[in-house]
Design a protein around this ligand. Sequence first.
Ligand code: HDD
Length: 714
Amino acid sequence: MAKTLGKDTGAASQATSFETIIGEGGETHQIAGADGEVLTTQQGIPVADDQNHLKVGARGPALLEDFHFREKIFHFDHERIPERVVHARGFGAHGTFTLTESLGDITTAKILSEVGEKTPMFVRFSTVSGNKGSPDLARDVRGFSMKFYTKEGNWDLVGNNIPVFFIQDAIKFPDLIHAAKQEPDRGFPQAQTAHDNFWDFISLTPESMHMIMWIMSDRTIPRSFRMIEGFGVHTFRLIDAEGKGTYVKFIWKPKLGLQSVLWNEAVKINGADPDYHRRDLWDAITMGTPPEWELGVQLFDDEFADKFEFDVLDSTKLIPEDQIPLKIIGSFVLDRVVDNFFAETEQVAFCTQNVVPGIGFTNDPLLQGRNFSYLDTQLKRLGGPNFTHIPINQPHVPVNNFQQDGHMAMRNPKGRANYEPNSWAGPRESPTTGYKHFAAEETGRKAQVRSASFADHYSQARQFFISQTDIEQKHIGDALVFELSKVERVDIRELMVGHLLNIDAKLAQTVATGLGLKAMPAPAPAAVETRTDLPPSDALSIAKTAKGSFEGRKLGILVTDGAEAAIVTALIDAVVAAKAVYEIITPKVAGATLDDGTLVEGKQKIDGGPSILYDAVALVLSVDGAAMLAKDKTAKDFVSDAFGHSKFIGYTADALPLIDKAGIGEDDMDAGLIELGKAADAKTFVKTCGQLRLWDRELTTDLDAAAFLAPAAA
Ligand code: HDD
């Protein structure tokens, strides 16, 4: 006998009503009310029972006749599509690009020439080497793919957060990716380059050395997608109405500035919140603080290309902003999260060859190969040639052609003509508005060759390294030592140090010391000697371009019962004024009762809110609260990690026993520990947090600092 449990008006999220009853076997049935939505099969047939499949008797065998059961299981069995072979882990959002400066004199592309034009767009951020379920804070390049739904069709810019790439010719891409991903015999490591195969390939591929400097830098452990730059990497071409070309590189800069975390922090974030980056973007958009980027271009002609030190077709090289300053032409904002992750983020299909009239390719041998690969990949992933019919991939302009049929065809034209030329009706060519490829003059011998102009593999690697601040250089050394320490073959470690010798002697020495090499290996053979005349460029450093603001960052406020309400309130006010956000962390998630009797709710219980999730922390504790937390390992880790990660820590005097028990003695108290004696101190503290980290502290908290501080070998 069914037993009625009660009626529900579905107040939480649904407007429809339902009745909940318990079935004979004790299972729960939710029965649609009079105005309720009725569950149906894919054929629209109403379903009476979604808890039990059809059987002979209550304990008998299943019957094939149960079409609802079979359809439901069949559909579930086919829910997955192949994950992307690279960049499998990703997160997307919708936004709008607005043009502020016209490039109408050098391109016919409307999106780049009509000032004020707002173009809807979709962006997908990703990591490269991990699978779909890998953690967000893997040390990895971030993909930065953009689809612009322009008035002239879709334009895809499929870039990264690093302006150069590992290889020069697309034919090496499968080797690079095989080497970076899990080793084929054992199926690990996941989302890590710290293993033999990767470094074996790299040490035998000197063209990757510039990229290696970038991936060993803090760029590959970003604080947030909102705080990374984007680069189109290749030299593209803009084309005007007369068919004249202008070379262009696309670069986008985050309004919040660049920021990264520390490696020790990244490792812990991956455990505490593997979705750290996607949650951060989701939160920022849904809380009404949408991230924004400026889109800049570097424009140049053949004359510059001919005199530039390197080949502009070589994707392992960049053009320093000091040589060609960035021209900011617009900005885009990401202000809408997806309705459905699968439909949008998973099914979005970016193709480098999707360009609109006025934008063209160059002969960059990496780009030429990509233009084949992406379309090919979509066929495999999305199962047929009609992936452009999926809403996220559909252009926002009419699509008219005679391509027809195929799997899941959703756009099926009416009428008799399905060919052209024809004597019926239908779309026709347009020599005036149609896409015209750049009419390049090409000559040459048919051969499998690499241009000699691509042969310098170390000079820009060195330029990048010398452009970093001391602490950034230290991080590059730390990362190399960490990764190469995971490499089992000593000859690979040595060969890598040999390459580093061609980049910077001190870096090579730091890494050799860090690895405990017995002797310095010989420099790796170089096709072209490293140039030492390339000047440092500030734009290549995260620290040198810092904005000095706490905007968009997050303060973690640890609070116990009896803590000073005035300080908590002042901190919250200061954070809000700084356009930042905060989370209250309490010993129990229900919250803490402050000294004025108010209850402040906890967003996190302390075990779920370690300090690695915050940009800075404040300890607002009562005497009893501090005494209690001083005995708690998690609370001590909260403080010692924040200290070890060079974060700013605000504290009330009563919190000192916890600070002490966290291993921070009186001698360790530095300018990054700021006492919150009175409410007004909160403002000063949050302003100081705008410096983001007290980097000097790292030299006293890290064993590897010794190797870094040692003088370079002669
Ligand atoms: Fe690629 C995906 C970026 C070289 C072949 N690539 C992919 C994505 C990004 C990049 C961001 C994810 C797209 C998404 O979000 O869906 N790839 C780059 C950059 C490169 C690059 C910046 C060098 C400058 N890629 C590259 C080469 C090849 C590929 C040389 C092959 C010859 N890439 C692919 C692919 C992927 C892809 C296999 C996998 C999934 C997809 O395309 O849609 O076709």
